[in-house]
Design a protein around this ligand. Structure first.
Ligand SMILES: Cc1ncc(COP(=O)(O)O)c(C=O)c1O
Length: 380
């Protein structure tokens, strides 16, 4: 199966041989009967080690990202944590983009740094700055592209080469783009991480995360952390994520076209200082995004001329766009990053400007979405 949409529906999703059920069942079990000690029927013994429903999700994720191994976790941050534990030791340095998701920065800064990991951040879209920030002990370059919430674009192929020359592995958080729009491993990255909570799940009803990679040695270490620490996805959550992924391609097409229309329309609105959307030619990362993405996704941010008060008023003034954390679901959400998703980095160099609001554009009718956001903007 070579087509992405076909794999999204069929990879790892064989029908149930016992009953013929087209949709594989949810294996809601923590343990498995043994035919005599060590006599495992399907290779399964205990669900922290492996469960058939989790396996089906992992096989699907590996196929979509073009990796040979995928590991799914209880959340995006649990996935990131497992990768960091597997790849780093005290004294190693990790270089991150200076506008990565606040929780990712907090994880390294407050959980891993106290155990001896060195962290620094840099403007990842500036190759010279990245080259200067790499240290002899740099082991990970951590990219998020498009980034959350300022939609900065990093040239994955260029930084993969730079990271490899420095002896570092290159990790891409592919949550915003999804494998449908961007294939980091094919562009030269070593590892992809996801918050599957977002577009992959796609319906705001499940929490999850994933690590996908092809390097055997690192995969074995990530697998050991998954088993040894145990922050695995539950069968129910794995199954819901699989169900969401089946429609990923059609959802992403609609998310992208809705977001593009909104970005292009609002670019000229009197209340707007700037629209951050990589699909706009005015976006500084547009050219790179057009090269490495097949479309520009459903996320955009707006800087308001009227400052923080105007931004908060718009965030609280929409009806179809609901005020909530998170993103990537079929329903449109609006957020005020500096006090919501990115509150943990307030006052640091990762702080989000206080006149910025973020839209997760859903797949509702575009006329309703445009009318809703425009009405809120007309009132500031
Ligand atoms: C880009 C990105 N990466 C990682 C995460 C963390 O994922 P989770 O909330 O599933 O732990 C988020 C959550 O918002 C995110 O937006």
């Amino acid at each position: 199966m070579s087509d992405f949409s076909t794999r999204a529906i069929h990879s790892g999703q064989d029908f149930d041989p016992a009953t013929g059920a087209v949709v594989p069942p949810i294996y809601m079990t923590s343990t498995f009967v043994q035919d005599g000690i060590g006599g495992l029927r399907g290779g399964y013994e205990y669900a922290r080690a492996a469960n058939p429903t989790r396996d089906s999700l992992q096989e699907l994720l590996a196929s979509l990202e073009g990796g040979s191994h995928a590991f799914s976790f209880a959340s995006g941050l649990a996935a990131e944590d497992a990768l960091l534990r597997a790849a780093l030791k005290p004294g190693d340095h990790i270089l991150m983009g200076n506008d990565v998701y606040g929780g990712t920065h907090r994880l390294v800064n407050r959980v891993h740094a106290p155990w001896g990991v060195e962290l620094s951040t840099v403007e990842m879209s500036d190759a010279d700055a990245v080259r200067a920030a790499i240290r002899p002990n740099t082991r990970i370059l951590w990219l998020e592209t498009p980034s959350n919430p300022l939609m900065k674009i990093t040239d994955i192929a260029q930084l993969a080469q730079m990271g490899h020359e420095a002896g570092a592995i290159v990790v891409v958080d592919n949550t915003f783009a999804t494998p449908y729009l961007q294939q980091p491993l094919a562009l030269g990255a070593d590892v992809v991480v996801h918050s599957t909570t977002k577009y992959l799940g796609g319906h705001s009803d499940v929490l999850g995360g994933a690590v996908i990679l092809s390097d055997e040695e690192l995969a074995e270490k990530v697998g050991f952390v998954q088993f040894g620490v145990g922050a695995v996805s539950s069968p129910m959550e794995a199954w819901l994520t699989v169900r969401g992924i089946k429609t990923l391609a059609v959802r992403m097409d609609r998310h992208s076209s809705n977001a593009h229309t909104i970005a292009a329309t609002l670019e000229h609105h009197a209340a707007i200082e700037r629209v951050f959307y990589p699909g706009l030619e005015s976006h500084p990362g547009h050219e790179v995004a057009a090269r490495q993405m097949s479309d520009f996704g459903g996320m955009l941010s707006l800087a308001l001329k009227g400052g923080p008060d105007a931004a908060k008023k718009v965030a609280e003034g929409t009806e179809v766009f609901q005020l909530a954390e998170s993103l990537g679901g079929v329903e449109s959400l609006i957020g005020y990053p500096s006090e919501m998703t990115h509150a943990s980095v307030k006052g640091t160099e990762l702080a989000v400007p206080e006149n910025v609001i973020r839209l997760s554009v859903g797949i509702e009718g575009i006329d309703d979405l445009l009318a809703d956001i425009t009405a809120a903007l007309d009132h500031v």
